[in-house]
Design a protein around this ligand. Structure first.
Ligand code: PLP
Ligand code: COI
Length: 340
């Protein structure tokens, strides 16, 4: 498919081969200069640690077309920092922040025709990753690494965008208490495939993971973080060493506190005390903000605000966040990097 055949208003979240991607290799202790290539296939040793031992990590961030034609990246320094933490956890070399942001800029500019138009609701999703490559057999860190960034135009991750979706809790865990849950590594997502599939088979948008130690507290919503609004107007979001530190979530905490005047808290969200909350949502780069209609747990279904309507606080958070991302609302200092 070429960019002229894309139905911008009805993009989902699917792979589309775009023109150019950035690739850099780490050999002998350093990253090379990096280059753009039209080859979307990866040629690596069959012994690569990425293939056998899950030595890999990835990121997700978006480029947005603004009303004036300029292009925004949303907090790419935060993605760079998180990828550095993921690399450290899996014993992989860090990609410097400047290299990360420069790679993203080059990929966006080289694929500019794939950026969904302003107002379409879509964005250009960037997928940076680092993988362990090179000949190897034993369980050890790879001799070489590949850092790459590709991009795909996307719309809503959960069908319906800003309309409520229902979720069910899983009895499985995606990560262990002191495991790799806080790192954005493929193993966590491999562990989530079956629970996610089971939830979808039963008609839910995805599953909710409870804390792996006690299974009494909400941790994450599929590939997104969780937040909820209490009856007295506080925004609460889970705190745990095994959830991914969502850049969207921390942005929403700042927005809620500094712009909406809400009290914000990172703490425990007990699954058997959901009636303390009047609104709930899933947030992430792909999910943006997806309101949670209801959660099924232990044979009961708890509805928050409504299964069809977006709650008022969730809507204000969404408008402010998306306004900042697409250039309609003034950003907090340092949140937007102009690509052009
Ligand atoms: N949690 C998981 C497991 C994710 O995959 C993601 C997506 O990146 C998030 C949360 C949301 O993080 P962010 O807001 O940084 O995209
Ligand atoms: C993201 O929001 O960037 C994600 O990583 C979600 C998912 C597609 C893995």
């Amino acid at each position: 498919m070429t960019s002229t055949q894309i139905d911008w208003n009805n993009l989902g979240f699917s792979y589309l081969k775009t023109d150019l991607r950035y690739v850099s290799h780490w050999r002998g202790g350093a990253w090379d200069a990096g280059t753009l290539t039209d080859d979307h296939l990866v040629h690596i040793s069959e012994g690569s640690t990425a293939l056998h031992y899950g030595q890999q990590c990835f990121e997700g961030l978006k480029a947005y077309r603004c009303k004036d034609g300029s292009i925004n990246l949303f907090r790419p320094d935060q993605n760079a920092a998180r990828m550095q933490r993921s690399c450290a956890r899996l014993l992989m070399p860090a990609v410097p922040t400047e290299t990360f942001i420069e790679a993203c800029r080059q990929v966006v500019l080289a694929n500019e025709k794939y950026i969904p138009p302003y107002g379409s609701g879509g964005a250009l999703y960037l997928r940076p990753y680092v993988i362990g490559v090179g000949d190897n057999l034993g369980v050890r860190s790879a001799p070489e690494f590949r850092f790459s960034v590709f991009c795909v135009p996307v719309g809503a991750y959960f069908k319906g965008g800003l309309s409520p979706a229902n979720f069910t809790t899983s009895t499985f865990d995606r990560a262990a208490p002191q495991g790799t849950g806080a790192a954005k590594v493929g193993g966590n997502y491999a562990a989530s495939l079956m629970p996610g599939h089971e939830a979808k088979e039963r008609g839910f948008a995805d599953c909710i993971y409870l804390d792996p130690l006690t299974h009494t507290k909400i941790e994450e919503v599929g590939a997104a973080n969780f937040f909820a609004i209490t009856r007295d107007g506080r925004l609460v979001t889970p705190k745990s060493p095994s959830i991914l530190e969502s850049i969207t979530k921390y942005s929403l905490l700042d927005i809620a506190r500094d712009r909406l005047g809400l009290t914000v808290e990172e703490g425990d969200v007990f699954i058997d005390r959901l009636d303390e909350y009047v609104e709930a949502g899933a947030c992430g780069t792909a999910a943006v903000i997806t309101p949670i209609g209801g959660i099924e747990h232990a044979g009961r279904f708890h509805v928050f605000h409504s299964e069809t309507e977006v709650g008022p606080v969730t809507r204000r958070l969404y408008d402010e966040l998306v306004g900042i991302q697409t250039g309609d609302v003034a950003p907090p200092e340092g949140w937007i990097v102009k690509v052009r």
